[in-house]
Write a protein that binds this ligand. Structure first.
Ligand code: MTE
Ligand code: MO
Length: 429
């Protein structure tokens, strides 16, 4: 029992068996017996979440903008973002690590904060059961906002983690769910923070804490100090952090990311030996369709349609750029050296000025699955580092990295870097 992290959970139950008068319903304050609960613990955890969740919200909105969801219905199946999309902007191409950093922070921080969120909920759980449900209109409104706050918070953390771990269990619908959920949650969060911030700051300044409804009227014997409990929560966060953060780096560090999903398995070594999301086999790419005889890239624009074999593509001016793959799931690679044809040069083949290309719609050979196609905005097509890559790190692209040809664009989310490209259509979307 000595190591029970949250006294009052198990010990209180045991004491209740000896104490026939012990309250049996969670709605009575005496039911909750941990001596750790109180304004101080709740305030510390609340202030950590205030900072952390604000960063999660901002990086989340930025991450959504990075999809260029305005290129609807291609990149984003959400029919109408309405007023919630007010902030959306054309995603830039520099610095080239922008999405990698933003998404790394979003996912790593979200995972790291999970123990803090759970501890915070634990610290206020008596309140969630308090009766009567509403003492006044103001109290009723506050409790309704708490439903949105607690429900919204759990919803965002659960959908985020499931999306990473279970490989898009919500086909095509994760983005709208997580996006709308974020707005509901954050609205309740802002209201809650404004309401509670003065109290939280006051609680932290006073050494002797005020008694409030969080303090148990019949506390059990403590088995750990309040500071000990904070260390326990912080230790949990630290453990999650060190087993997650490695997924943002190559080499031995990636192997420390025990909790991170491992995508297409071991990418092996050599020039193509970096993280793979979906393998060619998984995506159902038939090797018979990718050979030199069979594969033709179909490029369409106002001047008509051009068909090029891979050998013909390799005859066009080739350029190199060092760019990472950065996935929405939070993993990323360091910069890889890609070599291929500039997207804007391909636009020029079908009737555009290479200095002023339009948007681009890319389709892959893949017939099933979520990421068969993606749209890029004109500013991404115009960047001289944006390529239809044929080679990586001095070698032919491997089948798993998108052979015969794949898209690579600076600062773009991994999912826009379509592999096994079959068709490119230039024109404003
Ligand atoms: N055709 C196709 N292209 C795709 C995908 C896919 O499933 N099918 N996955 C995308 C995603 S989500 C990412 S993160 C990158 C991963 O590229 P890599 O496997 O070469 O690292 O490819 C993108 N291109
Ligand atoms: Mo991805």
């Amino acid at each position: 029992m000595g190591c029970a992290p949250f006294p009052g959970v198990i010990p209180a139950y045991r004491q209740d068996m000896r104490d026939p008068d012990a309250p049996r319903l969670p709605s009575s304050p005496g039911f909750w017996r941990s001596p750790l609960r109180g304004p101080w613990l709740t305030s510390v955890l609340g202030l950590v979440l205030l900072a952390g969740i604000t960063v999660l919200f901002v990086t989340g909105l930025v991450s959504y903008a990075a999809y260029n969801p305005g290129l609807s219905p291609v990149n984003d199946k959400t029919p109408d973002k309405g007023i919630l999309g007010f902030y959306l902007f054309a995603w830039p191409t520099r610095p080239h690590w922008l999405y990698r950093l933003n998404q790394g922070v979003h996912v790593t921080l979200g995972i790291t904060l999970t123990p803090v969120l759970l501890a915070k909920l634990w610290s206020v759980v008596p309140r969630l059961f308090a009766l009567p449900p509403a003492r006044s209109l103001a109290h009723a409104l506050e409790r309704i906002s708490l439903v949105l706050l607690v429900g919204g918070g759990l919803f965002e953390f659960v959908t985020g983690v499931l999306n990473i771990q279970l490989d898009y269990v919500f086909p095509g619908s994760f983005y709208p769910l997580h996006f709308y959920g974020a707005w509901v949650f954050f609205a309740a969060f802002v209201a809650h923070a404004l309401l509670k911030m003065p109290t939280a700051l006051r609680n932290l300044r006073h050494l002797r804490e005020e008694r409030n409804d969080l303090v148990s009227p019949r506390p059990a014997e403590p088995t750990v100090s309040r500071r000990g409990a904070l260390w326990f929560v912080g230790g949990g966060s630290l453990l999650l952090f060190v087993t997650t953060v490695g997924q943002n780096f190559d080499g031995p560090l990636r192997r420390t990311a025990l909790l991170a999903p491992h995508g297409g398995g071991d990418p092996g070594s050599g020039p193509n030996g970096f993280q793979i999301n979906k393998t060619a086999a998984y995506a159902g790419i038939d090797p018979a369709e990718t050979g030199e005889e069979a594969w033709r890239l179909v490029i369409t624009g106002p001047a008509g349609t051009v068909r090029l074999s891979r050998a013909q593509l390799a005859q066009l001016p080739l350029h190199s750029s060092a760019l990472p793959i950065a996935c929405v799931e939070g993993w990323s690679t360091s910069d890889q050296w890609w070599r291929g044809v500039r997207l804007r040069d391909l636009a020029a083949l079908v009737g555009y000025d290479a200095g002023d290309p339009p948007d681009l719609f890319v389709e892959s050979l893949q017939r099933h699955g979520a990421f068969r196609s993606a749209a890029l905005r004109a500013n991404q097509v115009a960047d001289p580092r944006s390529l239809l890559a044929l080679y990586v790190n001095g070698e032919e692209l491997s089948p798993d990295h998108g052979h015969p040809a794949r898209i690579i664009v600076p600062a773009a989310p991994g999912v826009l870097n379509t592999k096994w490209v079959a068709r490119m259509t230039f024109g404003d979307l």
